[in-house]
Design a protein around this ligand. Sequence first.
Ligand SMILES: Nc1nc2c(c(=O)[nH]1)N[C@H]1C(S)=C(S)[C@@H](COP(=O)(O)O)O[C@H]1N2
Ligand SMILES: [Mo]
Length: 207
Amino acid sequence: MILAIVVNLDFVSQPTISLDSVEINEYQGEKLSSINDFRENSIKGTQKVDINTYHLEVSGLVVKPKNYTYDQVKNFSNYQKVVKLDCVEGWSVNILWEGVLVKDILNDVKPLPQANTIIFYAVDGYSTSFPLEYVQKNQIIMAYKMNNATIAPERGFPFQLVAESKWGYKWIKWINKIELSDDPNYQGYWESRGYSNTGNLNENFLK
Ligand SMILES: Nc1nc2c(c(=O)[nH]1)N[C@H]1C(S)=C(S)[C@@H](COP(=O)(O)O)O[C@H]1N2
Ligand SMILES: [Mo]
């Protein structure tokens, strides 16, 4: 009898498990592209990241280098906005992104005064960099959701950078490391193959 009561209480106190939302196609009256409208042209194809062993390393010229789990990254304040990604190949996608601000992560690790460049690395060996100012003066998001749904493995799970005002090759997927550096001439994967380092949308992407 007592046992039955204990089992009952146990049942009542089960925590609520929130399930992931499905993709939406409109946000505040604005039509969104589908997450299937992207073209898959990643340098090594889809990367499968095991979230149980995943860490985001934030290191280099910082006071407190850190390793974050997926949940620890998601625990920073969450932001969402609609931004269009333009690939140099001529296609584009308008997506509702949700994620954390890169500058909130930086406030946690505290860049040293001589840091002037931020380099992002991904599990496929891809990398790209920006002047530190770009992420400090703008609301640059590292996204874990697209159109309300968790980013799919082929789209960059766990994180894709929403590099607004920059060409698609700056929107690094499968991010696993952020490095603060004093080398403004660092060249990422496509940048070292002839693409401009600034990658500004209003400029030619070829150097
Ligand atoms: N890690 C990684 N990130 C990447 C790439 C890549 O090959 N590897 N390709 C870039 C390019 S060229 C574009 S246009 C966008 C497009 O995203 P998609 O590959 O999901 O279409 O991702 C960018 N991020
Ligand atoms: Mo691209």
